[in-house]
Design a protein around this ligand. Structure first.
Ligand SMILES: NC(=O)c1ccc[n+]([C@@H]2O[C@H](COP(=O)([O-])OP(=O)(O)OC[C@H]3O[C@@H](n4cnc5c(N)ncnc54)[C@H](O)[C@@H]3O)[C@@H](O)[C@H]2O)c1
Ligand SMILES: O=c1ccn([C@@H]2O[C@H](COP(=O)(O)OP(=O)(O)O[C@H]3O[C@H](CO)[C@H](O)[C@H](O)[C@H]3O)[C@@H](O)[C@H]2O)c(=O)[nH]1
Length: 327
């Protein structure tokens, strides 16, 4: 029997590549559509790679016509919040206009199911934590706004055209494939855990802590780190939900536990056994003090629970990837 095809935009990237592995294990054929602007070809191992850009509607339509996917999982986007402040037009074009191209191609091919990568950045500075989905949405940068705009477009399209969607608001994606087959390969890297690991292994001289005067117990920012393999399993559950006729859904993905920047650094020291030089730097613009998820809805609606909720395990998997891995 042929496997149902899932079109995975951005499947050569960090979360997308791990999700392809999970989808393949669950019996789907993931077909990756990626322009490799921030992804790596070698990370695409569980199905074909079609190199192309979201905005190339002719190519997108041809790929969809060829593979006839039953659903789309949409990761492709620019992801760096700081860059979005400097270059908002690029972000809106890629993240919003790019998604509109995809939605048009889906409509023309009568594909009515989509799982979308949203983000905790849609909340902005939280009024309360852990943050539930009903929390006010006040993104603090163009990146977060671009993701919120797509959520709103999806709601309108669902109402008008009978599309069903799951928007997953991830908190901080972390870790790497526990089997060591995949990991984080951002160029340049801006995320805390891989940067601290690079400092631990002498690949950079030090790690900067952006701000020590936040209103948190040790003065540094607190984040909810969620293992990329757990994000991958949530996407598989979301695809199952849509294919079996389930309703549209917006859900947070996080562990519900927060760790400060200092706690992350201490964990890397204890996991690797290496010392790390710390540099104290100014606050990074747009960083809320605390971002921790209430992921109750993902538990109750998707049956999702993180398997790798411990920061130690997340750091260990990311360290293994840095030392032994590489696509
Ligand atoms: N990493 C996180 O902590 C995090 C947190 C919340 C949400 N997200 C969202 O999850 C998604 C995946 O994040 P990631 O960390 O895997 O990012 P990533 O940069 O590793 O992956 C994104 C992929 O999309 C591709 N891409 C970008 N623009 C494209 C276009 N126009 N056409 C075709 N392909 C394009 C890139 O080449 C890359 O392979 C993104 O939408 C991001 O906004 C990530
Ligand atoms: O060299 C560094 C890098 C980061 N940090 C701090 O570490 C924390 C985590 O920073 P990351 O850059 O790893 O992650 P962010 O919380 O900024 O952002 C991530 O999670 C968000 C949602 O929570 C968005 O989705 C975004 O796309 C994703 O990159 C922040 O307090 C940041 O100030 C440092 O102190 N030094």
């Amino acid at each position: 029997m042929t496997k149902p095809v899932i079109l995975v935009t951005g499947g050569a990237g960090f979360v997308g590549s791990h999700t392809c592995k999970a989808l393949a294990r669950a019996g789907y054929l993931p077909v990756v559509y990626d322009n490799l602007s921030n992804g790596v070809q070698e990370a695409v191992r569980w199905g074909p790679l079609e190199i192309g850009a979201l905005e190339d509607e002719v190519r997108l339509a041809a790929v969809i016509a060829h593979y006839k996917p039953v659903a789309v999982v949409h990761f492709a986007a620019f992801i760096e919040a700081g860059e979005s402040v400097r270059e908002p037009k690029r972000f809106y074009r890629n993240n919003v206009a790019g998604t509109l191209s995809l939605l048009r191609a889906m409509r023309e091919a009568n594909i009515k199911r989509i799982v979308f990568s949203s983000t905790a950045a849609v909340y902005g500075a939280p009024e309360r934590t852990p943050i539930p989905e009903e929390h006010p949405l006040r993104p603090m940068n163009p990146y977060g706004r671009s993701k919120l705009m797509v959520e709103e477009i999806l709601a309108d399209i669902a109402a008008a055209y009978g599309v069903s969607y799951v928007a997953l608001r991830y908190f901080n994606a972390a870790g790497a494939d526990p089997d060591g087959e995949l990991g984080e390969n951002h160029q340049p890297e801006t995320h805390l855990i891989p940067l601290v690991l690079q400092a631990a292994y002498g690949l950079r001289s030090d790690i900067a802590i952006f701000g020590t005067d936040y209103d948190t117990p040790d003065g540094t920012c607190i984040r909810d780190y969620v293992h990329v393999t757990d994000l991958a399993s949530a996407h598989t559950l979301a695809v199952h939900r849509l294919i079996s006729g389930g309703d549209s859904l917006i859900a947070n993905l996080g562990t519900g536990c927060g760790f400060s920047v200092r706690e992350v650094i201490n964990t890397v020291v204890s996991v690797t056994g290496h010392k790390i030089a710390i540099r104290y730097a100014e606050r990074r613009a747009g960083d809320p003090a605390v971002l921790v998820a209430n992921a109750g809805r993902a538990h109750s609606e998707l049956g999702w629970a993180p398997r790798f909720a411990s920061l130690n395990e997340q750091v260990l998997h990311a360290a293994n990837w840095l030392v032994k891995g590489k696509n």
